[in-house]
Design a binder for this molecule. Structure first.
Ligand code: FAD
Length: 465
């Protein structure tokens, strides 16, 4: 029996309070710059547990935070209820309707494997470790997004527990259905999500890794190259200062890499033709391009899995202007001695189109998104935050707004959140928030305040032991 168990009679899962064995492990996710400090963690087994946890929070006037993996933690719980959904990993694939239904804690890796058995693939992103629900509620920019659009564009149904502790099924035509697809975790705890899958068994993809001396030319050329490719080609470039430590493969160790990532929905021949101008830019330290099953899609970006401190900022760009590569390189390029991982994703094509059933995802006119990841020392605003915002600031003349999946909390969070949406969409979201969560119980997130509320209730600084 844990200290918190009696207060949640009937719980199928586990309740943990500070001091209980397992409390520290349960509150820790991938993002380690911040740490939740909830008064109780509910490791939910299903929707009934989620309802209990939300009702308990309502009775006690506490906030409700949700964590599946901790990849997107940006406003930690401080004394509230934390619902840990990591036990809820059920995935059901219906090959006839080409859909999947997942429970709240499923990761993309679970869906990729289950769908592949039927020759299908989801609109998952760079890392199969990321949680399906958190990713999708804030848009979900996938490896194949230029061909199919955002993950949020293909949601069919949302099973939700709202702030009153009731379960409801949200379907097309409802205001909440519009808001949930793009509005993040602001409107309740999602217990299940149904979405479309796509007939993709194999694709052409992988990575081109160029050495430091080629990085500036590759960055500039990538900008031009993206203007020439068809909708079947999705890609990004990463500028990555690799640490000079054991564990990093020797050809990459200590190098400032230009890493071009490719996901092309077409034959190997057509893929080879499309990437030929990139390969012609110079020798590659590593070249992994080729035909691959979708189950290997995580190798395209090959992102680290370990928990770590990181801070990210982003800018949705109206255009990838010719002046931008050099402006970025002047700030954080090789030789500057400033650590930052820069990434530019190519957008447009299907991402530019509102789905038939419109949603809250913003800035469909963006041609690219610039993302910057830095390594802060601690939870408060520090120099690493300013480096990240310095780089996105260099893109200010071309910036339409932000993407909520890559926004992180500090004092700038409110303004950044507002910038994720078109003004009319933001007003509609705040009005719906006032109806469905008037007390802003769900505020440990990229927070949309209820209309009429002070925005200062959401981000309350830092929490780390
Ligand atoms: C290595 C890495 C790679 C990434 N790649 C991509 C990418 O390719 N494309 C992209 O679009 N994004 C990407 N992201 C961003 C990612 O989509 C967000 O960080 C997302 O919030 C992660 O969701 P999660 O459930 O894994 O994380 P968590 O930290 O567990 O959850 C993040 C937030 O999602 C909300 N949430 C989660 N579950 C629920 C629920 N059941 N009900 C209501 N709200 C919920 C909550 O607000 C929660 O605070 C990446 C992030 C990382 C760290």
């Amino acid at each position: 029996m844990t200290t918190s168990q009696p207060l949640l009679a009937g719980l199928g899962g586990v309740a943990l309070g500070p001091g209980d064995a397992g409390y520290d492990a349960a509150r820790s996710g991938v993002q380690r710059s911040y740490l939740h400090r909830p008064s109780v963690i509910v490791q939910a087994d299903g929707p009934a547990d989620v309802r209990l946890a939300v009702r308990r929070a309502a009775q006690q006037g506490l906030t409700v935070a949700v964590q599946a993996t901790g990849h997107g933690l940006n406003v930690p719980s401080d004394g509230g209820v934390l619902i840990d959904t990591s036990r809820m990993t059920e995935v059901r694939v219906d090959p006839a309707s080409r859909t999947a239904w997942v429970a709240a804690g499923a990761r993309w890796e679970h869906v990729i494997e289950a769908a592949w058995e039927h020759g299908l693939a989801p609109l998952s992103g760079s890392s199969p470790d990321v949680g399906v629900v958190g990713y999708t509620l804030s848009g979900g920019l996938g490896l194949l997004s230029r061909t199919f659009g955002y993950a949020a564009d293909h949601v069919r149904r949302v099973d939700l527990v709202t702030a009153d502790g009731e379960s409801r099924t949200v379907t097309p035509g409802e205001d909440l259905f519009w808001a949930l697809r793009g509005g993040g975790g602001n409107f309740g705890v999602v217990t299940g999500l149904e979405f479309a899958l796509f007939p993709v068994e194999r694709m052409y993809g992988g990575g081109l890794y160029f050495d430091t001396e080629h990085l500036p030319a590759v960055f500039r050329a990538y900008r031009e190259w993206t203007a020439t490719v068809p909708d079947s080609m999705s890609s990004s470039i990463g500028l990555i200062p690799m640490p000079d430590v054991p564990g990093v493969p020797p050809p990459l160790r200590g190098r400032h890499l230009a890493h071009v990532r490719i996901a092309h929905l077409g034959t190997a021949d057509s893929g080879e033709r499309l990437v030929a101008p990139l390969r012609a830019l110079g020798p590659r330290l590593v070249d992994t391009l080729g035909e691959m099953p979708f189950t290997a899609s995580g190798t395209i970006h090959n992102e680290p899995k370990q928990p770590r401190n990181f801070y990210c900022a982003n800018a949705m760009l109206a255009e990838f202007a010719p002046a931008l590569p050099d402006a970025v390189l002047d700030l954080v390029g090789p030789g500057t001695g400033v650590f930052a991982v820069v990434q530019v994703n190519h957008l447009g094509a299907a991402l530019a189109k509102q789905p038939e059933e419109a949603n809250a995802v913003g800035h469909r006119g963006a041609s690219h998104v610039l993302r910057v990841v830095t390594l802060p020392q601690g939870p408060g605003r520090d120099a690493a935050h300013d480096v990240a915002h310095g780089v996105t600031g260099a893109a200010a003349p071309w910036t339409l707004g932000r993407s909520p999946n890559f926004v992180q909390g500090d004092e700038r969070a409110h303004e950044q959140t507002r910038q994720c949406y078109e003004p009319a969409a933001f007003d509609r979201l705040t009005a719906l928030k006032a109806v469905h969560d008037p007390q802003n119980v769900f505020r440990c997130n990229v927070n949309i305040p209820p209309a009429g509320h002070s925005e200062s209730t959401a981000f309350r600084g830092s929490a780390r032991d």
